[in-house]
Design a protein around this ligand. Structure first.
Ligand code: HEC
Ligand code: HEC
Ligand code: HEC
Ligand code: HEC
Ligand code: HEC
Ligand code: HEC
Ligand code: HEC
Length: 392
């Protein structure tokens, strides 16, 4: 009679032999031809369905009336510029959605129209991308910024009809699941349009899920390995890398776009990917570098998921302050003698303030637009020492 453990191992070996490669799982990056797809994942993980409403999932989409935040209502669909002979018009027609630059000259009026093909962004703003020459991807001149409407795309000079900003693979690596680049000498923005997977999906963070789905569907699933990355089981640095792929500055990586495999070391090109500090933040915040500066982070095992559950939308700042109290007490705050329990629920307001970026993201006539970014450098901010009166 075999010991139970040995019997189990023999049975497992038999299953491995029967189910080809079932026990030799190697996590790979998600691709058009190996993606199981979010709907397959959610067919079993129904409790994660809220993911479909998150900014991650919605960060790139096809254009529809619902996905485009800007207005097409006549009168509201125009962006004037400081150049009196140039304006932009956004149109919704039966065939699609368009941006048109209208240049009026003494004798004639010239226009250039491009069709919105991909919508990126959902919270603070959106940029729109278009295809030219069939498979080359560019950014359109007019973006949308929450609170101010149609506005120039970041960095575009006022008064010029600029349609020339290329979209490189690194941009899509952070805002989509998979788009295959077409290698072409000296050209960085050619793609296979057909098999693009827009939006960030389950498999962006968990790795391609084909083996996992096959194993879990097998009648022998109880004997087979899970074959999927659970970031919670990774060392802390690898957990951070999984977020740093996109939240550690926009500098290119050492590896090709879409080559990063969850669980592996992220090959950063420079030790500190971007300069940080309130004067250099832009719409692309660098939460990883800021958090790493915090004493909370250095003196604990804190990771991004200490506060964030990426499977659902979390916008309640009060609730985030509750997380502080898993490690601190209100009494640990130097202002406790003054405010007592009134500090509860307000920790984030003072120690992770929303700071206004000094980087202008869009120039509009007579109007410079800046975004607010939540600082991930948890510390004492000298100017944040008074609790506004009134209850929250
Ligand atoms: C046929 C059902 C099924 C499908 C489809 C499925 N899973 Fe799972 N998955 C399970 C079961 C069962 C478990 C183990 C129990 C649990 O953790 O919920 C699991 C566990 C996991 C875990 C935790 C693994 C661990 O080691 O702790 C992750 C992560 C995961 N699944 C992600 C996914 C992703 C991503 C997809 C889509 C590519 C997916 N699952 C598709 C059934 C499924
Ligand atoms: C593939 C790139 C990518 C990865 C990997 C990634 N993110 Fe993001 N994340 C984004 C992008 C892009 C946005 C902004 C989406 C938008 O608003 O269009 C975002 C937004 C967020 C937000 C704001 C959501 C909101 O609704 O306000 C949080 C929080 C966040 N990410 C946390 C994380 C954490 C934690 C991880 C690691 C577990 C992670 N992200 C991994 C790209 C990524
Ligand atoms: C290194 C990853 C990365 C790259 C490269 C990148 N982004 Fe982002 N982008 C993000 C993340 C992460 C956020 C959310 C940042 C935050 O809130 O701190 C974001 C935010 C945005 C937003 C605002 C979204 C919102 O809902 O607030 C837009 C629009 C955007 N990116 C467009 C682009 C475009 C277009 C490109 C390429 C030209 C690009 N990004 C390149 C990661 C990236
Ligand atoms: C932005 C990255 C990201 C995306 C996208 C993502 N996850 Fe996760 N997932 C994580 C992280 C990080 C953890 C570990 C959480 C922790 O440390 O507690 C996790 C844990 C899990 C687990 C195991 C623990 C649990 O919550 O049951 C399952 C199952 C899972 N994810 C399924 C999914 C499914 C299904 C989707 C898509 C609908 C998805 N994930 C999308 C990052 C992600
Ligand atoms: C995982 C545990 C953990 C969480 C969660 C946490 N902290 Fe901390 N924090 C610490 C530790 C540990 C220290 C260092 C204490 C020491 O060295 O005496 C610290 C230090 C601090 C400091 C002093 C910083 C400095 O530069 O001197 C402040 C302020 C602080 N935390 C506020 C917060 C706030 C606000 C939150 C919630 C947004 C929070 N912490 C969440 C563990 C945590
Ligand atoms: C101590 C808690 C805490 C930790 C740890 C933490 N965050 Fe956050 N994060 C927050 C709070 C609070 C907000 C603000 C939420 C809001 O205003 O809706 C936030 C917002 C964000 C946003 C939206 C940014 C913006 O300016 O709107 C992103 C992206 C994000 N976090 C990513 C990350 C990443 C990546 C990590 C890990 C490197 C991380 N966070 C770790 C508490 C935390
Ligand atoms: C009104 C702004 C404000 C709020 C709200 C607030 N703090 Fe503070 N906190 C401060 C200031 C200012 C200091 C520095 C006080 C001093 O040194 O006299 C401080 C100090 C601290 C320290 C000690 C830093 C050190 O030097 O070791 C910790 C820890 C801390 N706060 C945690 C919290 C927690 C947890 C909450 C929520 C329950 C909170 N704070 C709410 C402003 C605030």
């Amino acid at each position: 009679m075999l010991e139970p453990r040995k019997a189990w191992l023999l049975a497992a070996a038999a299953v491995c032999a029967a189910v080809a490669s079932g026990c030799h799982h190697e996590t790979v990056a998600v691709r058009g031809d190996n993606a199981a797809g979010d709907s397959t994942c959610l067919s079993c993980h129904v409790d994660h369905a809220s993911f479909e409403q998150t900014a991650h999932h919605l960060t790139s989409r096809l254009p529809t009336r619902a996905s485009i935040a800007g207005s097409f209502t006549p009168g509201l669909n125009v962006l004037r510029t400081s150049n009196p002979s140039l304006y932009f018009r956004m149109d919704s027609t039966a065939d699609g959605f368009y941006e048109t630059a209208v240049s009026t000259h003494v004798r004639d009026t010239t226009t250039r129209t491009e069709r919105i093909a991909i919508v990126t962004g959902i919270r603070k703003g959106q940029s729109y991308l278009y295809w030219a020459g069939h498979d080359q991807l560019y950014q359109l001149p007019v973006s949308y910024w929450t609170g101010s409407g149609w506005a120039y795309s970041p960095g575009y000079a006022d008064g010029r009809p600029n349609f020339d900003r290329l979209i490189p693979p690194r941009c899509l690596e952070c805002h989509a699941t998979w788009v295959e680049a077409v290698p072409a000498p000296g050209v960085v923005n050619r793609y296979q349009r057909a098999d693009a997977i827009l939006g960030i999906s389950c498999e962006t963070c968990h790795g391609a899920g084909r083996d996992h789905v096959r194993n879990e569907r097998s009648s022998l699933h109880w004997l087979l390995p899970r074959s999927i990355v659970n970031p919670a089981n990774l060392p802390r640095a690898r957990q951070l890398d999984g977020c740093a792929l996109c939240h550690n500055g926009t500098a290119p990586l050492r590896t090709d776009a879409f080559a990063y495999v969850p669980g592996q070391v992220l090959q950063k090109r420079t030790a500190l990917a971007t300069r940080i500090g309130s004067d250099t933040v832009d719409v692309h915040g660098n939460q990883v570098a800021l958090l790493e500066r915090s004493r909370c982070y250095r003196s604990s095992q804190m990771t991004c998921t200490t506060c964030h559950d990426v499977h659902r939308e979390q916008r309640d700042v009060l609730a985030f302050s509750g997380t502080c109290l898993t490690c601190h007490t209100p009494q640990s705050c130097g202002l406790y003698p003054k405010y007592g329990q009134r500090l509860v629920g307000r920790c984030v307001d003072c120690h992770m303030p929303a700071l206004t970026s000094a980087t202008v993201i869009a120039n509009s006539p007579g109007h410079q637009l800046r975004v607010q970014v939540r600082s991930h450098w948890i510390k004492v901010y000298a100017q944040m020492d008074t609790l506004p009166s009134g209850s929250y």
